[in-house]
Structures are given as structure tokens and as C-alpha cells.
Write a protein that binds this ligand. Sequence first.
Ligand SMILES: Cc1cc2nc3c(=O)[nH]c(=O)nc-3n(C[C@H](O)[C@H](O)[C@H](O)COP(=O)(O)OP(=O)(O)OC[C@H]3O[C@@H](n4cnc5c(N)ncnc54)[C@H](O)[C@@H]3O)c2cc1C
Length: 418
Amino acid sequence: MDRNSESVVIIGGGVIGIACAHYLNQAGYSVTVLESGSLAAACSYGNCGYICPSHVLPLATPDALREGLMSLFDPSAAFRIKPRLEASFIHWLWQFAKRCTKRQMLETAEHLNAISESSAAEYRRLLANEIIGTEYRQSGLFYVFQTTKAAEAFSATARTAAAQLGVQSSWIDGSDLGDFDSTLKPGMAGGVLFPDDASLRPDRLTEQWVSMLKGRAVAFREGVRFLGAKRSGRLITAIETSEGLMEADHFVLAAGAISGRMASHFGAALPVEPGKGYSITLDRPAQSPRVPMLFPEHHVGITPFDSGFRIGSMMEFTGFDRSISRRRLDQLRASASHYLADDLPKSNVEQWYGWRPMTWDSLPIIGAMPGTDNVCLATGHNMLGLTLAPATGKLVAECIQGQTPHIDPSPYSAARFG
Ligand SMILES: Cc1cc2nc3c(=O)[nH]c(=O)nc-3n(C[C@H](O)[C@H](O)[C@H](O)COP(=O)(O)OP(=O)(O)OC[C@H]3O[C@@H](n4cnc5c(N)ncnc54)[C@H](O)[C@@H]3O)c2cc1C
């Protein structure tokens, strides 16, 4: 269908906004992406780069409540909640706490699995044919455990994910770890490999993707801030920006962690809280691990890129805090060193923080903005925005076209917030 006469403005130029631009452009719309800063320089920049359909378990697990409470007394905890007397945050925490049950966890896992699988398939197609130079590798994701207790608890979860959702994994015993990857310290209990996961360098992905879309006539406007909306009944007729009014037939809100604040301009309330994480990027060590790895007992992940080596982690609910704590960066390095045999390069090439767009049920928000007929939401991707970007873009294009969606979109609808 030729939709060139219909225009879409996407608010937010992170990986989600870019993916929406891709599928809307493919559907024939005239697309403009507005970005208040630089494209893909916020949460989509320095993340760990995992495309991980294995990550089907939400943040809200039965253990999360205990960990969250403990963190009130331990500022070095990787998962940390700093109490704030803000009604929206208290409400968010209450809803999150209510979901920390096994039943809710498995239900959420099913919904995450559906969209992750769709996304992984889209990525395989896109990265094979269209977007190159992203340092993509389909080498799996390896979870390494120091203690047998932690390994057994995790293996039980992996078995549940395999039985209920078909997520494939294999156990590698501690005595065989040296053969699997000689960069690991001896004495680990073992690890679980998820072979269907992949990784890439997120900044290279967005750079290449934007460059390809520019060649297909998508307009990207950096340094332009969305400020408000003009409406006529249920229709948004234009948006106010730092460079004046912009009219369009359709709008997409893809402003990451800021989306909760932005939604109020459309008369809606969205429970999106910033979940702050950090990463450091180093030169690639002389002896680099072969595959990306997670060390769940220290809540830290490493990603070997062709062009470097990243360590990332932490989940802080501390509001829109822009500081980069030296202590946190040192903690990343120290945590990875518990597992890696060789010393890491001494200096950081880059240090970074990002605000993950967190919803209390760990599910993204995709589909119609309540109270409007021409605004679509694409936000709340929690810890999985990179992984879920293509399927999100595809769902958004289907929603705007009024097409039958390729997967059931109801679990991701904003209608669930009442
Ligand atoms: C340490 C860490 C590691 C992670 N690792 C992974 C991983 O391995 N795999 C994975 O799948 N996910 C990972 N994530 C999560 C992932 O990074 C996020 O879910 C994802 O980047 C969110 O993308 P987004 O486009 O929604 O948000 P963003 O990238 O934050 O983009 C939103 C954009 O909207 C713009 N914006 C905001 N307000 C306005 C406005 N008023 N006007 C115009 N523009 C505006 C912002 O400037 C920003 O560029 C990780 C996150 C962290 C912190």
C-alpha cells in the first residue's frame, strides 16, 4: 500500500524510535524522527548489546522483593531502591511488589517470550541482509556460576523456561569450563549456555540503521525537543517542539524512560520509571572471552566486541539521577575480575550510565495511547529494549496501518494500566 501521503512523527531517536521508523518507512509512510539530543545517545548507546530471547524472566521475581528490601541497607547492592516520597513512584513500587509471585512471573515470561522470539527472527533477517557492520555474533549467552547452590537454583529456572516456553539451554560442568573458555578462572561450579542468544555493538547497530534509513528518505531531526500536543477531540493535530509546531497524521511516543512524563502532554498516565544502569568499555583484552557472559551472583555482564570489551550492570531506582558514581564503575570491574583469569586493561575507554524505561510488570507498552486515535506508544522496554526493538517496530507499523498484528499485542497494551 502506498502511504506516502500519510505522515508519522516519532518522538525519541533511541533504538525503539529507529526500529519504528524502519517498519513505518517499509509500510510506505513518510517518517520523521525527532530527537531532543543526539540519536541513540541515551539508553540505547552503552548497553550490553545482548539480543537475548533467553531473558524471559521479569525483574519482578519472588526474590526481587527480598533483594529490594535488603538494598535499603546496602548502597553497594546491584539492585537498589532509594525511597522517594513521590506518589507515582510509591504506586509503581506497590504494583511491582504485588507482581513478585511465581504465578505472575511465569505469565510475564510467556508474554516476553512471544515478542522476543519475533524480534530475534526479525534481527536474523535484518542483520543478514540489510544492516551490516554491527559486530553481530550468534554465539549464545553464557551464565557462569561460582557456587553449586546458585547454579542449581538457576538450572531449575532454565528447566522451567525450557518446559514451558521451549527456551533451549545446555549445562557445562565446572570441570569442563577450561575447555569451553580458557579465560575463566578455575574453580567455578559451571555454567548454562543459551545458544539462541546473540550480541552486537549497540552504537554500531543504531549508526548503521540510521544511515540505511536516511538513504530511504526517513528524516531525522536531532536537537529538537517535543514540548506538548495540540488536540481536537481524540485526534492530535500537531505537536509543539523547540522548533515550532509540527503537524502529522500519526505520532509515536518512543521517549524511553522519559515517556511517563511525556505521556501527560497527551492526557495519559504511564507508569515508566528510570532504572539506572552503568557500563564501562575497555580495550579488548589480549585474552578475551569468546562469548558474552553473565555472572548472576554478582549481577554483572560482559560483552566481548571485535572493537572492545564491555562490562555492564546495576539496577538503581534513584529517579532521574545523572551522576556517574566512581564506586559503581569500580564495582563493575571488581565483579568481572572474580570470574576472569587475566587482569583487565587498566583504563576505561568509556564510562556510561543509562536509564532503562521500567514498567512495574516488566512488559513493554506498545499500541494505542489511551484517549487518542492517532498516537501509538512504543516504550517501557525495561532491560530488553535492544532485544525487542524490531518486533516493537513491526507491531507499531501494524497498529498504525490497522493491520492484523503478527503476534497478540494485548499483553503490551496500555489498557492494562486501567
Ligand atoms: C547497563 C544496561 C545494560 C543493558 N543491556 C541490554 C542488553 O544487553 N540487551 C537489551 O535488549 N537491552 C539492554 N538494556 C536496555 C536497553 O538499553 C533499553 O531498554 C533501550 O535502550 C531503551 O530504548 P529506547 O529507545 O526506548 O530509549 P532511549 O535509548 O533512552 O531513547 C529515548 C530517546 O528519546 C529522547 N527523548 C526524550 N525526551 C524527548 C523529547 N521531549 N523530545 C524528543 N526526544 C526525546 C531521548 O533523548 C532518547 O534519545 C540495557 C540497559 C542498561 C542501562
